[in-house]
Design a protein around this ligand. Structure first.
Ligand SMILES: NC(=O)c1ccc[n+]([C@@H]2O[C@H](COP(=O)([O-])OP(=O)(O)OC[C@H]3O[C@@H](n4cnc5c(N)ncnc54)[C@H](OP(=O)(O)O)[C@@H]3O)[C@@H](O)[C@H]2O)c1
Length: 296
């Protein structure tokens, strides 16, 4: 099959299209013919040898985690899908997901059927970003109606979905962007979602009420931030997104209800993964970048 490989750690130029062995599904796995693969900042970080590179292992490896495609075969024991189902998922994260390829074989319960009414390209833009927002806001923060949620970095892949999910949960949502940081002056947020990191993580501690929750998604928290959170009696979590077919089913319901719409900024053929990474690392992307695998 055709796949993009990270040939060595480095810049976008290390992404090379190659012929590699097609995977075969073992028991409990599905073989998915990939139609579209989403591009995320962690793909670029891992390509550079950062991100989750330590769990992916040394190059060469196939990057990417966001998959939408057709179930082509199933290993022994799979009961939830039929051949021909269009599914989406974020397989194996933080181990190698191998999404930038014509085929992926991965555990069936890390996938769900895509919601009606959206394209495979839109579905491929969802898993990693939507699961991050969902696991933070629903599972970890348990957002309730009327709570105030500050989404820092709201225009990006995770941010634009987090804003919609928080709205759907009945929260009052405050947002920031690179050129609109007024909401950082808030002092009574219940939950702050940090999608920017760096020095801003410490600033977000001050935006929360006592016992409020800071979700340090982008970079985690350093000792200074931890000390400041303790001093202000703010709770702190450093979440890392996990594969979760059940949450993808819940996300599909919200998409079907039209409360959640993913924004695809640009699409690229598989063999232009390098251009997609250059675009991503250039900044200023509104929404998601997606590789369309069947397109040349
Ligand atoms: N822990 C986890 O499990 C997890 C999961 C998903 C993502 N992440 C990480 O979380 C971060 C966000 O992910 P993403 O996919 O949403 O990335 P993204 O699409 O690049 O979005 C980041 C957003 O933050 C904005 N931004 C940058 N600097 C800012 C500033 N100083 N003030 C306010 N806004 C600013 C960006 O605007 P511009 O485009 O104008 O720069 C962009 O809209 C990344 O670092 C990613 O690796 C972690």
């Amino acid at each position: 099959m055709r796949a993009v490989q990270v040939t060595r750690f480095g810049g976008p130029e290390v992404l090379v299209c190659a012929e590699v062995a097609k995977p075969s599904p073992i028991s409990t796995e599905v073989l998915v013919r990939v139609v579209a693969a989403g591009v995320n900042p962690v793909d670029a970080k891992t390509r550079r040898g950062e991100g989750v590179a330590r769990w992916v292992g040394p190059p060469p490896f196939i990057p990417g985690w966001d998959v939408c495609g057709v179930v082509e075969a199933m290993g022994y024991g799979v009961t939830r899908f039929n051949e021909g189902d269009m599914v989406y998922g974020m397989p194996r994260f933080p181990r190698a997901g191998g999404a930038y390829a014509e085929y992926v074989a991965a555990p069936s319960r890390q996938f769900a059927r895509i919601p009606d009414g959206i394209s495979p390209t839109e579905a491929a833009a969802l898993p990693l970003a939507a699961l991050t927002a969902w696991q933070c806001l629903v599972d970890t923060a348990n957002i309730r109606t009327g709570q105030t949620v500050l989404v820092h970095g709201a225009g990006g892949g995770v941010g634009h979905l987090a804003v919609q999910i928080a709205n759907a949960l009945g929260a009052r949502v405050l947002t920031t962007g690179r050129h609109d940081r007024d909401a950082l002056r808030t002092r009574d947020a219940d939950v702050a979602l940090d999608l920017v990191g760096g020095a801003d993580t410490g600033e977000l501690v001050a935006s929360l009420r006592p016992d409020g929750l800071l979700l340090a998604v982008a970079d985690g928290a350093d000792d200074e931030v931890r000390a400041e959170a303790t001093r202000r009696r703010v709770r702190l979590q450093e979440p890392l997104v996990e594969p979760d077919g059940h949450a993808l089913e819940e996300i599909a319901k919200v998409v079907r209800s039209r409360a959640l719409k993913v924004m695809v900024a640009e699409t690229y053929p598989l063999d232009q993964a390098r251009a997609a990474h250059e675009r991503l690392e250039g900044g200023g992307v509104r929404g998601k970048l997606v590789l369309e695998v069947g397109r040349d």
